[in-house]
Design a protein around this ligand. Structure first.
Ligand code: FAD
Ligand code: ZN
Length: 470
């Protein structure tokens, strides 16, 4: 039996896609990478995933796991050899169970993040991972990339939100590690190892997720700021004043919001006059476990004091849930507006917050000097020390010219990130986008250990080859 027939016999002929049917799976969200898969295989159960991986291991067929295909580093796109199978987890989308006494939820890898949030909410609980792609990204992809998003400040990233995993190994065995334990010191942290491994060690098929109480009330404000230094000072102030009640602190450069209102004319900046022209905006969210009145009094007091201190120039506090959604919608639309405006050069950086203002100011100046006329598209999770420090073309640039300078631009940014003690990938991962530059910034011993782990868990090298490690 040839390979495709064997795969058809495993998952059903209708679930093995080839040719034109496979095309949408073979291109990444940003349309920066296009691969040629042997086929897209869509198993519906863990046992089917295991059978597919066993078959691929026997035949040395590379396996590229894929969830919602919203990743930003080309991690879910195969090469163009025509040899790899894209293993789509989309049909593995059952909720396996919820334990509200233990505050845990067992879900399969193909569940869409938004539907998991909804399941938790209908049980009176919060599953806090939140990101702009939540309508299409999957829990498996979130785990494989150790996704972050807008609530990390309070709840942590995906590694902190999963207690147990079920994984199909590179040999096609099933590790049944779904555990609802907050304490378990019985050896190596395999869960932590598979999370963030970008499909290079095995296939995540299910997870036990942590749930939290739903906040009783939430307040949102958009603040206008005149400098990055004031943004950092504001963060310190609201952190000290609100503690764990501070659940969101997003920073946006003026150009990002201008792009949003230009691309989506139904959206508006809630400031006019000089405030609308200030260089930075911060979106703040408070979550309260007492009452609406308690939340509002606390929030207004802290925003009022920030204005008095001079670190905030203007503020709009949402008066209703609808207004709060409108403010969040502005923030969440930035990556979409960025995509509409043509290809840009993305840097997903984290550095200690103490170095952030200096980094942004001096790196902006260095980029302007080396690449006159480029645009700074800077936004992200300042509360986590993580910014999407992107570079777009100005009027004098073409997309081709900008992309031709990608390596130089990225080297300038990443060298400065490294010098500031930062990371070149805070939350998106390495994929194929940053694979070749990773060794330049990571400790050689760390890279060597990673290679040994890869060789031990996937000796045939069939799991997502060409991603993360060279
Ligand atoms: P995919 O893109 O399908 O895959 C991503 C990687 O995970 C690939 O390497 C793939 O091989 C691997 N993989 C997928 N499923 C599995 C599995 N079951 N087992 C093993 N490996 C697997 N990310 C953030 O962290 N924070 C953000 O705020 C954020 N905002 C975004 C906004 C937009 C508009 C977009 C388009 C993306 C954003 N992202 C963000 C990136 C992306 O959404 C996340 O990386 C997400 O976690 C990817 O999930 P996915 O299901 O789409 O994974
Ligand atoms: Zn982000």
């Amino acid at each position: 039996m040839n390979h495709l027939d064997a795969l058809r016999a495993t998952v059903g002929a209708a679930q093995v896609l080839t040719g034109a049917d496979a095309q949408t799976y073979a291109v990444d969200w940003r349309e920066r990478y296009r691969g040629t898969p042997l086929a897209v295989v869509r198993p519906a159960t863990t046992d089917e995933v295991a059978a597919v991986v066993r078959r691929c291991a026997q035949a040395r067929i590379p396996v590229v796991p894929q969830g919602g295909n919203t990743g930003l580093c080309g991690g879910a796109t195969p090469d163009d050899s025509g040899r790899a199978v894209i293993l789509s987890l989309q049909r593995l989308n059952r909720i396996r169970g919820i334990d509200t006494d233990n505050d845990t939820l067992d879900v399969e890898a193909g569940c869409i993040l938004q539907s998991v949030q909804q399941v938790a909410r209908s049980a009176g609980r919060l599953f806090p991972l939140s990101l702009a792609a939540e309508g299409s990204c999957t829990i498996g992809g979130n785990l494989a990339t150790n996704a972050g998003g807008t609530q990390v400040l309070r709840y942590g990233n995906m590694r902190e939100l999963a207690l147990g995993l079920e994984v199909v190994t590179a040999q096609g065995d099933v590790w049944r590690g779904l555990r609802g334990l907050r304490k378990d010191n019985t050896g190596y942290d395999l869960r932590g190892l598979f999370i963030g491994s970008e499909g290079t060690l095995g296939v995540i098929t299910a997870a036990t997720l942590k749930l939290y109480p739903l906040p009783v009330a939430q307040c949102t404000a958009l603040l206008a700021l005149d400098s990055i230094e004031h943004a950092v000072a504001l963060l310190a102030r609201v952190r000290a004043g609100l503690g764990a009640a501070l659940t969101g602190f997003e920073l946006m450069a003026d150009y990002c919001l201008q792009q949003v209102v230009r691309c989506f004319p139904q959206q508006h900046l809630p400031f006019d006059g000089p405030s609308a022209r200030l260089p930075w905006f911060a979106l703040l969210e408070l979550s309260d476990s007492e009452s609406e009145t308690h939340a509002r009094t606390r929030f207004e007091a802290i925003v009022g004091r920030a204005i008095e201190s001079g670190c905030v120039q203007d503020a709009v506090i949402a008066e209703s849930i609808a207004q709060s959604r409108t403010l969040w919608h502005l923030r969440e639309s930035i990556p979409l507006a960025e995509k509409e405006s043509g290809k840009s050069i993305k840097h997903d950086i984290s550095i200690p917050v103490s170095h952030m203002a200096d980094f942004v100011r001096t790196t902006n100046a260095a980029l302007d000097a080396a690449f006159p006329g480029i645009r700074h598209v800077i936004f992200g999770h300042l509360g986590d020390g993580n910014l999407h420090y992107n570079v777009a073309r100005g009027a004098a640039w073409t997309e081709e010219r900008l992309l031709a300078r990608q390596e130089e631009i990225a080297a300038l940014v990443h060298d400065r990130v490294h010098a500031a003690g930062g990371s070149i990938s805070a939350e998106h991962g390495i994929g194929q986008l940053k694979r070749d530059v990773l060794p330049r910034y990571k400790d050689p011993v760390e890279i060597a250990l990673m290679r040994r782990i890869k060789a031990a868990l996937d000796p045939l090298g069939i799991m997502n080859p060409g991603k993360l490690l060279t």
